[in-house]
Design a protein around this ligand. Structure first.
Ligand code: VG1
Ligand code: CO
Length: 543
């Protein structure tokens, strides 16, 4: 076995976005492209000699080949041990857990998350640090810098390793441990939740459907719900991971998981339904006849977490990304705990979790999690909901109504305009940025702007600053619109418009969200000149 050193030329644009580097699969497959990025990660973290790393992915097209490349490069760079998921599979939260449990120096997660998979779809790679969480901005900046100057990478001259069995093997001097990706994760869930109460819930006839969307959570969900908790076979739908996610879009929202939504909205639908994304870190929660927005889900989980064993002594604090609704802020107020507003992306929660300042975190994009790992965790959120339902013995709809009657309701919706011309989208944002200061006091239809700004974050733990994290327009009465460009898309630019309006406990709590938000949507369209600039009269995706 020989170590090979290849000269290479740096690729443009290897800048990690909201969650790692995401590109078209064919871009990742270009000769040397993946290698340059992986070697840049290694270089940016001071090399991997003597280190232990976890590696796994969501099983999408090119996962299998990329894992082999990474293992060879890690061995050539002197890694002591690589912990790999069987068949190269591992959900993002399971990888986070394994990094922590094994005291690894970090991990590489191969995923483009909710983006579709296939040779003509998307691929991605993310580096997580020793705390199990996505690399913070300081590290991703260092990786990007390294990608600009890289001129050689190291690999080994070896055949592929067989990853199909649980085994310990070696590649050069590097130990390769192939692990069942489900076992440790399932054990962790058993520690956090009252599995006896959950079994009793299913025994009482409670019905559920979980849509794994042909992605990585299938085997985890089958092990947890059907094997350990006794839910009937068939509770988990689309349970076998496939390279192209059954030609679907593994994004758990009402658009891409429509069959599940239709099922739960039908008169004989299940009591509870949920779905997760490509890499298992997102969740969508539904109850019979009702969709729970991720922002509301975070608030309900925060208000009820003490009903699950892991959180019975209460939660230390809550963090939410800035575009996420303020529903959880009201819960934090009521409980007298801290609430933090961070930029979009899980990497900003890591310090707060490590410092013990927060226990729960969430994003409006269907990400919820706690201090049990350092990633958002789809199945964890489903199990916490189930634990709460098992204790409260109420329907999801009644839990939600009760929540709104206590705290009021933050009507919320996100409108995505996808595959816009990048220049047009950037101009829209730049032009609005220039006009932000002049907006206060102006009225647009029924809405009067009280304040408009650009969101910046100052990390209270290490003082790191992050600027330009989205434009905020506040309206009289506590309503709000937020605009930002996506950092995970691979086709042109995606503009996200987040709309929110608060209605107190005595107000009208059962309006249709799009109707409740209509005036804010119209005002925002007028302020931005969205239709004229983009030629779009309606969003591509509404969540
Ligand atoms: C989106 C979401 C963000 C999430 C990120 C990664 O980013 O808005 O909340 O953290 O995806 O999610 P953006 O920049 O496209 O808005 V996923 O499940 O990678 O893991
Ligand atoms: Co994801």
């Amino acid at each position: 076995m020989t170590i090979l050193t290849y000269d290479c030329t740096a690729f443009d644009g290897q800048k990690p976005g909201t969650s790692g580097l995401r590109k078209k699969t064919r871009v990742f497959m270009k000769p040397g492209y993946l290698e340059c990025f992986v070697q840049s990660i290694f270089n940016a973290i001071g090399g991997v000699a003597g280190k232990t790393l976890v590696v796994g992915g969501d099983g999408r097209f090119f996962n299998a080949e990329a894992i082999q490349t990474i293992l060879r490069m890690a061995a050539a760079n002197g890694a002591e041990c690589m912990i790999v998921g069987q068949d190269g599979l591992m959900s993002t939260p399971a990888a986070s857990h394994l990094i922590r449990k094994r005291g690894a120096d970090g991990g590489l997660i191969l995923s483009a998350s909710h983006n579709p998979g296939g040779i003509d779809a998307d691929f991605g790679l993310k580096f997580n640090t020793a705390n199990g969480g996505p690399a913070p901005e300081s590290v991703t900046d260092a990786i990007f810098e390294a990608t600009k100057t890289i001129d050689h990478y190291k690999t080994l001259d070896t055949a592929d390793i067989d990853l199909t069995g649980i085994a310990e093997t070696a590649l050069g001097d590097t130990r390769i441990e192939i692990e069942d990706p489900v076992v440790d994760y399932a054990m962790l869930m058993e520690e956090l939740f009252d599995f006896d109460a959950l079994r009793a819930l299913f025994e009482s006839g409670f019905t559920m459907r979980f849509d794994a969307m042909h992605a990585v959570t299938g085997p985890y969900a089958k092990a947890l719900f059907e094997d350990l908790l006794g839910a009937p076979d068939g509770t988990v739908m689309n349970a076998v991971p496939s390279m192209d996610f059954g030609k679907g879009h593994p994004d758990p929202n009402p658009i891409w998981a429509k069959p599940l939504v239709d099922l739960v909205m039908s008169p004989d639908g299940p009591d509870f339904a949920a779905a997760s994304d490509g890499d298992g870190d997102r969740n969508m929660i539904l109850g019979k006849g009702i969709y729970v927005t991720p922002s509301d889900s975070l608030a309900v989980l925060a208000a009820n977490a003490h009903l699950a064993p892991a959180y019975e002594r209460g939660i230390a604090g809550i963090a939410r990304s800035m575009p996420t609704s303020a529903a959880c802020d009201r819960v934090a107020d009521a409980y007298g705990i801290e609430c933090f507003e961070t930029p979009t992306g899980w990497k900003y929660f890591g310090n707060l979790l490590d410092a013990g300042r927060v226990t729960l975190c969430g994003e409006e994009s269907a990400g919820t999690g706690s201090d049990h790992v350092r990633e958002k965790d789809g199945l964890w959120a489903v199990l916490l909901w189930l634990n709460i339902l098992a204790v409260r013995r109420m329907s999801v709809k009644d839990v939600l109504l009760d929540h709104w009657q206590t705290y009021g309701r933050n009507y919320y919706s996100r409108h995505d305009y996808e595959a816009l011309d990048t220049g047009t989208a950037q101009e829209l944002i730049a032009d609005l940025t220039d006009r932000l200061d002049s907006l206060a006091g102006q009225s647009f239809g029924a809405c009067t702007v009280t304040k408009a700004d650009i969101f910046s974050y100052f990390d209270p733990v290490d003082g790191a600053q992050s600027h330009n994290q989205g434009l905020r327009i506040f309206f009289e009465g506590g309503s709000r619109a937020v605009l930002r460009l996506s950092g995970t898309g691979t086709d042109g630019a995606t503009l996200r418009v987040y709309l929110e309006r608060y209605e107190g406990p005595a107000g009208d709590l059962t309006l249709t969200p799009q109707i409740a938000l209509h005036e804010i949507a119209t005002a925002t369209a007028e302020i931005t000149g969205l239709a004229v600039r983009t030629g779009r009269t309606a969003p591509d995706v509404i969540t």
